[in-house]
Write a new protein. Structure first.
Length: 232
């Protein structure tokens, strides 16, 4: 029997397992299995299966949603079946609270680690596939990924804002430059301010704990500002 929290997880998935042991396996990190000799299985095999099934499910959904070229489908699928998207979905269904982690992995923040969450999310989808078949997995994926599919099709599912802005600048033939215009605080707690200049004009600024984070924030701020202006 699974505890009440895992019943809640199944409710969040809108899928209830016939074989609840599959869900338990999907939530078991290898570090936990290593520390508990009675645990014979962890989630890596289900993760591998889940990745393959999810690739097919997302391709099926995209094929039915839009008339897209092969290249467009491939790019959209890559943005959807990736660590950042999977980790976000995992957090939305509170998957992190159900991960079974080894002591050291748990102490180091493993329950909030994007890689662990993404892997577990794929493992859960793999478990659903084994338990209920492809149609069951497809139905769950359609709901969990719905918002992200809309964002991807609209070109708004972006994780690397700086690269996206530089690519857009190249395509549309305008110039983009990033500069760190301020830094303050002690070495162990620095705060950087980055500015993005478009065609030589200051377009947006943002702060971050690292130069990279500040530049990503400035790029994101400009992209959001540009979209808002487009909508006016």
């Amino acid at each position: 029997m699974l505890d009440m929290d895992r019943i809640e997880l199944q409710k969040n998935l809108n899928y209830y397992f016939e074989n609840e042991g599959l869900l338990l396996e999907a939530l078991t990190h290898s570090s936990y299995a290593y520390e508990h000799s009675k645990v014979k299985a962890h989630n890596e095999r289900l993760e591998s299966l889940g990745d393959a099934v999810l690739q097919l499910a997302i391709s099926t959904i995209l094929f039915g949603r839009e008339i897209l070229s092969e290249g467009s489908m491939t790019k959209l699928r890559a943005r959807l079946v990736c660590e950042p998207t999977l980790a976000r979905i995992a957090r939305q269904i509170d998957l992190q609270s159900q991960l079974l982690l080894g002591h050291g992995e748990a102490l180091s923040g493993g329950a909030d680690n994007d890689s662990n969450l993404a892997n577990a999310m794929e493992a859960v989808l793999g478990a659903i596939y084994v338990d209920g078949g492809y149609d069951a997995c497809l139905a769950v994926a359609e709901v969990l990924f719905a918002t992200y599919i809309d964002l991807a099709i609209d070109g708004k599912l972006i994780y690397d804002h700086k690269s996206y802005l530089l690519e857009t600048a190249h395509k549309k033939e305008f110039t983009v430059d990033f500069k760190i215009i301020d830094q303050r605080g002690p070495d162990h707690n620095r705060c950087f301010t980055a500015a993005v200049y478009v065609d030589g004009e200051l377009a947006a600024t943002a702060e971050g704990r690292t130069k990279k984070e500040a530049e990503q924030g400035a790029a994101a701020a400009y992209i959001e500002q540009y979209r808002n202006e487009e909508m006016k």
